[in-house]
Design a protein around this ligand. Structure first.
Ligand code: FRU
Length: 502
């Protein structure tokens, strides 16, 4: 996004970069807004997740990082490693700006067959060099991502004359025996192919115009997913044209033959997440076949206000890691569902059933039985729904409140953060009430709600639709009300708390 791209980087060029490396040591992971179950940097600014790749038991997460401050700039690749996608060890910064420009978003692959000649199983990062123009460059690591060497002949793809030419995501396409890159090219995604990660040729361009205002397309990801024994292809595109304002990630489901992607008919745009704070996310590369999941993580913010969120010392966090799958919609097209990865069990307490009963024309306070937890999950099942507008309210003693409102006749869920806590840091864009489709009938509605110190992620009906939103309450919400003022509902509520990942 943003037009300040070309201003960046130069500051770092003359620095002794090591001085900015993270050395461990004292951290302030107890800041009131510090996420307790989400990745956030020890200090400074982050945006997009980059270069996510799995190798020998380690999940690597690189990310857009400003080593010098808490606002966007000096873009470099920060790095963290996890064995379980939840507990992260922050590493030294891996790629700093150079004479070609700042290090913008990109991906990483494991070159099993040494196609590039950097060594068997080299980890190869493919990223955008953003200087006077945007070009694509590569760097490699032969020590499992601990150190990287930039390729001496960068860039590997020159700019054909476009202002927006970035965010390469690469995978090995077995059927045609080549690497395939998805690249954002203004309002389209362009695919390139290569035998060796160094020499790239143009394959095709994908565009989709639905008649509405057209955002800039960024951070694409093309990957296969099985549905009913059939291999489908999913294309993620992050765009500045979000359903609830600012930036969000849409998807297309279709086919890919090694040359071009074709979208199946569906009522596009469809959104991976309808909330305001899930952007630039992509899936992990090199997940073993024995696992087979498409594991996704997104940047939990929105360019509308990302530079102003009220955290101190650090700014930015990632969403919870999610496993993506295809689900049939009753109107005969495929939806992309997302659920939090099962690794979350390792930091979760047992479920505590806190309410089972019928709520009729009342605002029922439900004791959650928790005091100041690091983070928690609610599972709420509504059945025998006579009231078509039930509301879940989460609040604290300071009067900060979020409302999750169902409008079942119209098949919508609303997330209202207008009074969620601190909202005035960007009054024009942050407060609001955001809608998302429920994608199901009235008979049974299940919500899974993950509440951390500064975020709420809502998954509807096993992840058929979701909303991720930042919130900045004075304290985590620890009070719950279920409101049914227009009939009755049968409700079943469970709560479990999570240990901090730090
Ligand atoms: C998406 C994005 C990318 C770019 C990066 C720069 O949030 O705008 O297109 O590579 O951020 O930090």
């Amino acid at each position: 996004m943003v037009c300040f791209f070309f201003l960046s980087s130069i500051v770092l060029l003359s620095c002794d970069t090591d001085e900015f490396d993270y050395q461990g040591g004292k951290t302030d992971f107890e800041d009131v807004y510090r996420p307790q179950i989400h990745f956030s940097p020890q200090k400074n600014w982050i945006n997009d997740p980059n270069g996510m790749v799995y190798l020998d038991g380690e999940y690597h997460l690189f990310y857009q990082y400003n080593p010098l401050g808490t606002v966007w700039g000096n873009m470099s690749w920060g790095h963290a490693i996890s064995k379980d996608l939840l507990k992260w060890e922050q590493q030294a910064v891996k790629l700093y700006p150079d004479e070609l420009g700042a290090i913008f978003s990109g991906s990483a692959v494991i070159d099993k067959n040494n196609t590039a000649g950097f060594g068997e199983n080299a980890m190869v990062a493919i990223y955008t060099s953003s200087g006077q123009k945007q070009t694509q460059s590569i760097a490699y690591s032969t020590d499992k991502g601990r150190t990287f060497t930039k390729y001496s002949e960068n860039p590997v793809i020159e700019n054909p004359g476009m202002a927006d030419f970035r965010d390469p995501k690469v995978f090995w396409h077995e059927a045609t025996n080549k690497w395939v890159m998805s690249l954002s090219t203004h309002h389209t995604i362009t695919f390139y192919g290569s035998a060796n990660l160094i020499d790239w040729e143009y394959l095709s361009e994908f565009r989709y115009y639905d008649g509405g205002p057209y955002g800039i397309w960024e951070c694409p990801d093309l990957f296969p997913l099985e549905f009913n024994g059939e291999k489908k292809w999913v294309l993620l595109v992050s765009t500045t044209n979000a359903p609830n304002g600012g930036t969000a990630t849409q998807y297309f489901v279709g086919s890919f033959d090694g040359l071009s992607f074709k979208a199946d008919p569906a009522p596009y745009p469809l959104w991976l997440d309808y909330g305001r704070d899930n952007y630039a996310g992509v899936t992990w590369s090199n997940i073993p076949d024995t696992d087979g999941r498409a594991i996704f993580i997104g940047w939990m913010s929105n360019w509308n206000y990302a530079n102003q969120t009220p955290t101190s010392g650090f700014r930015g966090a990632m969403t919870l890691p999610r496993s993506l799958s295809l689900v049939q919609h009753s109107d005969n097209y495929l939806l992309l569902g997302s659920e939090v990865v099962s690794e979350i069990e390792s930091i979760a307490s047992d479920w505590n059933s806190v309410f089972t009963g019928t709520i009729v024309n009342e605002s029922k306070t439900v004791e959650m039985g928790i005091t100041a937890p690091p983070a928690y999950e609610l599972e709420i099942e509504f059945s025998d729904v006579q009231d078509t507008n039930p509301v879940l309210e989460l609040s604290n003693v300071h009067g900060d409140i979020v409302k999750i409102e169902l409008d079942l006749l119209n098949g919508q869920l609303y997330f209202d953060r207008r009074n969620s806590g601190h909202v005035s840091f960007n009054f024009a864009h942050f407060p609001g009430r955001f809608s998302s489709p429920v994608h199901s009938g009235l008979d049974k509605i299940k919500l899974n709600v993950f509440v951390d110190q500064s975020s709420v992620e809502v998954f509807i009906n096993e992840g058929l639709s979701c909303q991720t939103n930042l919130v900045f309450p004075k304290e985590i919400y620890d009070q719950m009300n279920i409101v049914s003022d227009n009939g009755s509902l049968d409700v079943n509520i469970g709560v479990r708390v999570f240990n901090s990942i730090w």
